[in-house]
Design a protein around this ligand. Sequence first.
Ligand code: FES
Length: 150
Amino acid sequence: MTDFTKIDEILSSFEDKSCLIPILQRLQEEYGYLSIQVLKRIEEKTGMSGAEIFGVVTFYAQFRLKPQGKNMIKVCHGTACHVSGAEKIEESLRQELAVKGDEPTEDGLFSLEKIACLGCCALAPVIMINKKCYGKLEQKGIKRVLSEYK
Ligand code: FES
């Protein structure tokens, strides 16, 4: 049985229970993602329908329904990065970390996702780990970059 104490504490810190987005953001910050249990508790405590809550969660890319690794790697696949070898960079990252799809690595250290443009196209190809950008990346530099987070 899930302990709802922390969820309830967070929910009660919001005076206006109709402010769904900040509530979801705060709960995701706490748990790393939004589990079905968390979403059901929001439904029970706010009176919003499950469909309404799920609609918001799936509409905004910022919300996650699955756990993620401690470090989020965003691989840019925008035009500049695409023509500069983003596919090969992602392939090497996946090989190095042994990750498939959007599942986190076995040790829980990394998750990987594709992104449209990180806004620093002159540095293509670019990846971002948490809030740090790595530009002009080459396949041979990937191990070194990852070692900063191990
Ligand atoms: S296309 Fe990769 S940063 Fe813009």
